[in-house]
Design a protein around this ligand. Sequence first.
Ligand SMILES: Cc1ncc(COP(=O)(O)O)c(C=O)c1O
Length: 372
Amino acid sequence: MKKLSDTDQRVLNEFIGSITGNTQACIGYPANTDFDFSELEALMKYPLNNVGDPMIKSAYVFSSLPMEREVVAFFAGLFRAETENTWGYVTNGGSEGNLYGLYLARELYPKAMVYYSDATHYSVHKNIHLLGMPSIAVRTQPSGEIDYDDLNHTIRMNRHLPVVILANIGTTMTEAVDDLDKINHILKDNAITRKYIHCDGALAGSFAPFMSPKPSFDFMDGADSIAVSGHKFFGSPIPCGVVLVRKSNRDRIARGVSYIDSIDTTITGSRNGHSPVFLWYTIKRLGIGGLQERYQQCLALANYALEKLTAIGIPAWKNSRAITVVLPEPATAIKLKWQLATENGFSHIICMPGITKDQIDAFTDDLKASRS
Ligand SMILES: Cc1ncc(COP(=O)(O)O)c(C=O)c1O
């Protein structure tokens, strides 16, 4: 292959420079920069592809399926899933995991109504639309948690239909967590037996098991499927995620394909073979203890940020176990510099792994200066 032209080389160098220089100010999106995968660099030379079902041995040599299986087993343990009846795979991100959960729900209950709070991530609406499922958006409380009275009322109005609940385990803007205990009570009160609960844990699912008290969200709490993002709390240079479902539900959609000598159980055909290795590496290096510690550090930083913002007179707030701090929308220059996502007059910062006290100090200094 020939070398890049001088112009193209300059474009590439400038791009690399801009990416490197921008990491310091990215505190408004859940971007985790706390990883070092240099030991895995040798793998960049190979076209890793985990096509097919992760639980079936592949004849294709460039795959990381054994590591993918370990990743799935790790998350199954984290989410208290039944070992014998659990299946999952490494996805391209939380959105694909949510699509998968909803897809299984639709196969199980084609006539079901989907209920989700109006704080739900935008990609979920698109998934519901793609699947052609009828749905109702339920109100949220000021914290971003679903309004249980409104959920109860809405389900009661439609109690002749099977229920699919899309619960948020960390909403995008305020990191609010819907409570499966309360949701299960509502379903019981309305005598709903045909039900499916999918948990969107893209943001907080992977550290929810470390929260104290632990929220009610996992398989033992009544979830039928859970999706998380892998590039957020765990960290990966490539977007990825994990979805876990009950194996008996997955069996309903499995179809044998001789071309890949496997069964077609995933959303896409070709699947990223590098991202399972990133997740596997983080799991092996950090283990449960390291991940727990990582969450405690993020939480401590979020509490620190809240104190700093309050001290300069900003009415910031956060949900108690969250690493997201919500504040009134600041001046445009501040939003642009610090990459702050904004909705309905509120912005937030997310104290992801890799963010430091120095960044929080510099951010609050900037805010203070902009206000004076
Ligand atoms: C609550 C929630 N759900 C889903 C997603 C989508 O996840 P991904 O970007 O991994 O596809 C996000 C992304 O931020 C999110 O915050």
